[in-house]
Design a protein around this ligand. Structure first.
Ligand code: ADP
Length: 491
């Protein structure tokens, strides 16, 4: 049985940092402007945060350039760089409760998720990449003639990193980990909805001894991100967010031919065959879509269910959706919090209306929950057809579309009938069928009899309009290094 302390709401964290971090110093923006961040469960203002404009971005880029070209980062032994990253991971571990509470306050996600998923994954990711710092190496290349040819993997330089609000701290770790391991310096723009955990992590990075200018943080809206993309002295942009903004970034980055990696949207198929373990598949479909309030780029939002089990599957899914506990995200019992802000809330409600108008069968949910905060009832639409908006567009909310199917080839074709290609899942006891589907589905990640299994070592990213490049794993390191070929005459 849970003790009183395990069930009592977690207290709100202190807000320690709301300014820009440039060259190791906390400062106001040049304009003195700020923007407010809100707690999505109550709509109360949490804090005013300094808003960086193009001049602030320029100051941050100059600091990052200096730290890269002249600063101690440049000359530091790779093993020492890894040690600083481990120190940062240790400090985050020591402050894990505070960081989890900041995520819940700023983003609205349940404290139980922030504690059990977000923060442990942050720590793991930084430790994983700390281990890579002294293992990035080139090759010796046998070429024709009397030459010695080898390659070097050199750090790319100053990287601009622009992240979204759905996993604020985790996205920081995914971006800082490979960049720091490779020896790059960073100017990061957190999402305007959720800057607080990034600022606190930057604070801990300074405390860990990561030198001034290596990590700079410039909170702000899209224009701040655009200034980073336009800056001629930024060598690369790493972006996670919507496909629409990803397209803008790729276009704008072309002016200076920056390297670009993009981790974008999705409309992932979750394919359930009749020969699956039904309990596991129902639980997996629920988790795959409703986790993080449906605010996951890889959410399993198109659940294809084989005809013969369709009715029973939907009944069980609806029971589970109804059983989800919405409420105060600071309460450890809460399983679903609010959406991040009013814009997202309204966008989701609009999609729900469009689903109903198009004739999809709304089995449960479909409305707002409560009177305060941006809560949306867990919603399941059945008998959705492929061309409905709720089946084609990324909703980024707790809205599931169930689509019945009858044949293997049919479901592969329908799964791939999307502009996106981020993730997919398949539930079956037939191993060969699972591998056949995994090979044929156009997605960067395929989960078999599981969903949302993330690990710092496993690459993640999109086919098609879900992105360019890969996050995590060894694959991500190549996005932060340039390959140099050195050829030397042996005559
Ligand atoms: P979402 O739809 O999930 O809010 P966005 O793609 O709009 O995602 O935002 C992701 C990140 O991109 C945020 O940090 C946001 O401020 C930033 N951003 C938005 N517009 C631009 C832009 N034109 N250039 C650079 N960054 C931008």
């Amino acid at each position: 049985m849970a003790t009183a302390t395990e069930t009592a709401p977690v207290s709100r964290p202190q807000i320690r940092r709301t300014q820009l971090l440039i060259d190791g110093r906390w400062c106001d923006s040049v304009s003195g402007e700020t923007f407010a961040t809100y707690h999505p469960a109550t709509e109360e203002k949490i804090a005013d945060v300094a808003q960086a404009n193009a001049e602030d971005v320029d100051r941050a880029v100059k600091a990052a350039r200096r730290a890269f070209d002249e600063g101690p980062w440049h000359d530091m032994d790779a093993r020492d760089r890894g040690a600083l990253m481990l120190k940062l991971a240790d400090l985050i571990e020591q402050n894990a409760e505070e960081l989890a509470a900041l995520e819940t306050l700023d983003n609205g996600k349940p404290i139980s998720d922030a504690k059990a998923a977000d923060v442990p994954l942050v720590i793991d990711c930084l430790r994983y990449y700390a281990g890579w710092a002294d293992k990035i190496k080139g090759d010796t290349v046998p070429i024709r003639g009397n030459y010695f040819c080898y390659t070097r993997r050199e750090p790319l330089g100053v990287v601009g990193q622009i992240i979204p609000w759905n996993f604020p701290a985790l996205m920081v770790a995914w971006k800082w980990g490979p960049a720091l391991a490779a020896g790059c310096t960073i100017v990061m723009k957190p999402a305007e909805q959720t800057p607080l955990s990034c600022l606190r992590m930057a604070d801990l990075a300074l405390e860990a001894g990561i030198p001034p200018g290596v990590i700079n943080v410039v909170p702000g809206y899209g224009e701040t991100g655009a200034a980073l993309v336009a800056h001629p002295d930024v060598d690369k942009i790493a972006f996670t967010g919507s496909t629409e903004v990803g397209q803008i970034i790729m276009r704008d980055a072309a002016q200076t031919l920056k390297r670009v990696t993009l981790e974008l949207g999705g409309k992932s198929p979750n394919v359930v065959f009749a020969d699956c373990d039904m309990d596991a598949a129902v639980a997996g479909a629920e988790f795959g879509l409703f986790f993080n309030q449906g605010q996951c780029c890889c959410a399993g939002s198109r659940v294809f269910v084989e005809d013969s089990i369709h009715q029973e599957f939907v009944e069980r899914l609806v029971d589970r959706a109804k059983g989800r506990q919405l409420g105060d995200p600071f309460s450890p019992a809460t399983g679903q919090g609010p959406q991040v802000d009013k814009d997202q809330f309204e966008k989701i409600m609009n999609y729900i209306e469009r689903g109903k108008e198009a004739g999809a069968d709304c089995k449960t949910g479909g409305g707002r929950w409560g009177e305060k905060g941006f809560f949306v009832e867990p919603t399941v639409f059945d008998n959705v057809s492929d061309d409905m908006d709720i089946a084609t567009d990324e909703i980024f909310g707790p809205v599931m579309s169930v689509l019945p199917f009858s044949e293997f080839d049919e479901v592969v074709e329908r799964s791939n009938k999307t502009l996106y290609g981020l993730a997919a899942a398949v539930w079956t006891r037939d191993v060969a069928k699972a591998h056949r589907l995994a090979a044929q589905v156009k997605a960067g990640t395929v989960w078999v009899n599981c969903y949302d299994v993330f690990d710092a070592a496993a690459p993640f990213g999109g086919f098609k309009m879900s992105g360019i490049g890969r996050e995590l794993g060894e694959a991500s390191l190549s996005n932060y290094t340039e390959l140099k070929t050195v050829t030397m005459s042996l005559d």
